[in-house]
Design a protein around this ligand. Structure first.
Ligand SMILES: [Fe+2]
Length: 300
């Protein structure tokens, strides 16, 4: 269990001492998963109906709370339904956003003023049912890195909660595979990654492939993401941990650092937050800093 740190809290705003906070952040910032088995997101009886794929429109895989971008569907992107239903759905997802933020503020007060809130999502579908190309297949171990969204080292912090309505014990777990800690994974894959072609970052920006400049760091992270997914021997290594997060549990990780794969499960809510790496408790543990140490050069 050295890749997972369990905390006993059952409240979204737990009290924690400054020392404990620093200790937990230290583990999280190494790429471990902070697991709160007793922290349940409460869904009202009248909201149970939202745990259903019928609210997804078209080819969408998740319902995403984005009040600015999705005004036509009452603030929920990827949704379909009557306006009054969508309003209630938006309120439920917004409530999770509030609780997820309260949790991060309580556990890691040093992050609080610097977090940038990204969309909050409800994923009602089955992980196993989205069979995609290897690059998009998140049932394969990977670190998060997105071709169109360079972040130049800014951190991706994610809070997940399993809202599967299963009553029976042992049912409805969200099963993840968790790989080695980031530094070990980086040491393994970095030698296989060549430098970007000179001028490619500017070209990708001009062509609109990327929304901002792709740094050398972004290039390495994308290649690492791809190399991990394309390596069958790495994927099937028996030392990786398989772990089921049961219904009613919550977990947090830096998904640009913790090697993860979602093997199975249904009904999850997720909040993404971004954090400048110099606001970490231990900035030197950030993937950018680890990669710079290993490559012995600046990559920002
Ligand atoms: Fe991921």
């Amino acid at each position: 269990m050295h890749r997972i740190l369990e905390l006993p809290f059952a409240e979204w705003s737990p009290s924690i001492t400054a020392d404990e906070s620093r200790r937990v952040a230290g583990e999280l910032e190494l790429g471990k998963i902070v697991y709160l088995p007793q922290l349940r997101f409460k869904i009202a009886e009248t909201e149970r109906r939202f745990l259903d794929t019928r609210w997804l429109s078209g080819t969408h895989k998740s319902l995403s709370y984005e009040p600015q971008r999705a005004a036509a569907t009452e603030g929920v992107r990827g949704a379909q339904g009557a306006p009054q239903d969508l309003r209630a759905l938006a309120a439920m997802i917004a409530r999770f956003q509030k609780e997820a933020l309260a949790l991060v503020h309580a556990l890691f007060p040093q992050y609080a003023p610097h977090l940038r809130v990204a969309p909050t999502s409800l994923r009602p579908g089955n992980v196993e049912q989205h069979k995609l190309s290897w690059r998009k297949d998140d049932t394969l171990l990977h670190v998060d890195a997105f071709p169109s969204r360079p972040n130049r080292g800014e951190r991706i912090l994610r809070i997940f909660t399993n809202v599967h309505p299963a009553g029976a014990a042992g049912k409805g777990a969200r099963v993840w595979k968790v790989g080695d800690l980031f530094e070990d994974t980086a040491k393994e894959f970095l030698p296989r990654i060549k430098r970007p072609i000179p001028g490619s970052a500017a070209l990708l920006r001009t062509l609109g492939v990327t929304k901002s400049r792709r740094s050398h760091y972004d290039h390495i992270m994308l290649r690492m993401h791809d190399q991990m997914k394309r390596d069958p021997a790495y994927q099937s290594r028996p030392t990786h941990l398989t772990f089921g997060f049961p219904p009613g549990s919550t977990w947090i990780c830096f998904s640009d650092q913790a090697a993860h794969a979602a093997l199975s499960g249904q009904f999850m809510m997720e909040q993404t937050l971004h954090l400048p790496l110099d606001r970490q408790y231990f900035p030197e543990r950030a993937p950018l800093k680890v990669l710079e140490r290993l490559r012995r050069r600046a990559l920002a």
